[in-house]
Write a protein that binds this ligand. Structure first.
Ligand code: GLU
Length: 494
């Protein structure tokens, strides 16, 4: 049977890291199994769902490259079907009308109601309308009394299912309340909607966060009432913040949103790779996987039971996100085939007004060489327009620390570096070996350390204290620019 899985986000915020990982695992599983990856927007919570969130979720998914194999399903479009199914269960005596006045029913906050019942040690089946005769119930409804529809959970027994990740899961009926299927205003509730849609979409495997385990037991009761075989369930470990707290938008802000990574210059390929390893492994040391490799290696068996930690330090701007995510991105930037990274670099340089069309024409070779040289030390695509700015523009900033440490500390450089520029002037073949010869000889003459000359030159030519080999920098910037910058007073006066 063809495997059919779905990613079913609620559009009540942007695409969260945890949801993105759920989407990824569903996607990988579908591809690995030659199945279908579907998308369902669970927009039934009218008060909290927004179109903006839907858009942001779709943007995040598009960025990650997870296009659904069939048309997107919007859950709210199915509300009539959900209602009809609740009424069918009522008809069959598997559900009942609850005429408890709304304010006493507490179906808005199911959790609170359960806690309250537990405190009062009340039986989950103590609803006075549960065993109302059909005639009485019909009569009250006909008289216009508002009612919710609740599932009639058995007096004794338990739900059980074999979770693909967590193994056998059981829950005694006594721990499950008669869940509301339909609110008195006719609004179908979450668990009913999910089950109906999963049945209609012929979902074979439900892969979702572990925080849904409690819902799963309730959903299984609905499957049983509908006499349908439940799909296989695989619950994913949570992704927690350092210290074990839940990763949340409210507390942790933008770092949990997928679009943050897109906007911060992450490559989707790198971020996918990072997400894949949050709670899954192929059972080997390796960490870098292309999407094809992830598809090939992915299995539900490789999903961990222990929660994953997303490591970052909100008090340290250099560790604003997980080190591993950063490292992974740098690794992709450094090693991906040059022709694959070029369009991303172009997209980064363009809005920064650092792009020139010649880079695809007569300066193509120079551009490619330069990108290849500077990407070596970059972490994000943003670095091309910030740290890399001096390669594409004359208008770049000087890092004060680099100036203090590598220029001003050695006042001799003030005369020496323009002098070095003079040495460059007559050179015809301004290439690596020739430049090395000149700089070495120059340093020797002055009795200076080579590093001192190189670091000073780096500060003037790039504004920074670190970067690629200085000989390569001279060569890349070329003779004219090297000379001009070695002579410039701007940094000295800063
Ligand atoms: N809409 C639910 C959520 O965003 C997921 C439901 C499911 O996967 O069954 O958490």
């Amino acid at each position: 049977m063809t495997k059919r899985v779905r990613f079913a986000p609620s559009p009540t915020g942007y695409l969260h890291i945890g949801s993105a990982r759920t989407a990824l695992f569903n996607y990988l599983y579908a591809r690995n199994q030659g199945g279908k990856f579907l998308l369902r927007i669970e927009d039934t919570d009218l008060a909290r769902s927004t179109e903006e969130s839907t858009r942001s979720i779709l943007d995040g998914l598009a960025w990650l490259g997870f296009a659904p194999d069939e048309e997107i399903v919007y859950q709210s479009n199915n509300a009539d079907k959900h209602r009809a199914i609740a009424l069918k269960l009522l008809e069959e005596g598997k559900a009942y009308r609850d005429f408890t006045p709304k304010e006493d029913r507490g179906d808005k906050d199911v959790k609170a109601a359960i806690v309250e019942r537990a405190r009062e040690q009340k039986n989950m089946r103590d609803n006075q309308f549960r065993d109302l005769s059909r005639e009485e119930s019909d009569a009250k409804a006909a008289a216009g009394e508002p009612f919710a529809i609740r599932l009639k959970v058995g007096e004794t027994g338990k739900t059980a299912f074999e979770d693909a990740v967590y193994g056998l899961q059981e829950r005694d009926y006594s721990e499950i309340e008669d869940l509301v299927l339909l609110r008195s205003d006719g609004h179908p509730l979450y668990n009913l909607a999910v089950v109906c849609d999963d049945i209609e979409m012929e979902i074979t495997d439900v892969i979702r966060g572990q925080d849904h385990l409690t819902n799963t037991h309730k959903q299984i009761l609905i499957y049983e009432a509908l006499e349908k075989t439940p799909p296989r369930f695989a619950h994913l470990p949570l992704i927690l913040a350092p210290g074990g707290k839940k990763l949340s938008k409210r507390i942790h802000g933008e770092i949990v949103s997928m679009t943050t990574y897109r906007d911060a210059g992450f490559l989707a390929a790198a971020f996918r790779n990072f997400l894949a390893l949050l709670g899954w492994s192929a059972g080997e040391e390796r960490e870098i996987y292309s999407l094809d490799e992830l598809v090939e290696k992915f299995s539900l068996e490789g999903i961990h039971r222990s929660n994953a930690i997303f490591n970052f330090d909100s008090n340290n701007s250099r560790r604003w996100t997980d080190d591993k995510a950063m490292w992974m991105n740098a690794e992709y930037i450094r090693t991906m085939p040059l022709e694959e990274i070029l369009p991303f670099v172009k997209a980064e340089l363009k809005p920064a007004k650092l792009w020139r069309d010649e880079y695809e024409d007569e300066d193509k070779e120079w551009f490619e060489k330069t990108v290849d040289l500077i990407r070596e030390r970059f972490f994000t695509l943003k670095d091309f327009s910030t740290q890399g700015r001096a390669y594409f523009s004359e208008d770049f900033d000087f890092d004060q620390a680099a100036i203090d440490k590598n220029l001003k500390k050695f006042p001799d450089l003030q005369a020496w570096l323009p002098e070095l520029a003079e040495r460059f002037a007559p050179v015809e073949d301004f290439t690596h070996d020739r430049i090395e010869e000149i700089v070495k000889q120059f340093a020797e003459e002055k009795g200076a350390k080579l590093g001192q000359i190189m670091n000073g030159s780096r500060a003037l030519l790039t504004g920074l204290a670190v970067g690629p080999s200085m000989l390569a920098v001279f060569e890349t910037l070329g003779k004219e620019k090297s000379i001009r910058r070695l002579k410039s007073r701007v940094a000295w006066n800063q």
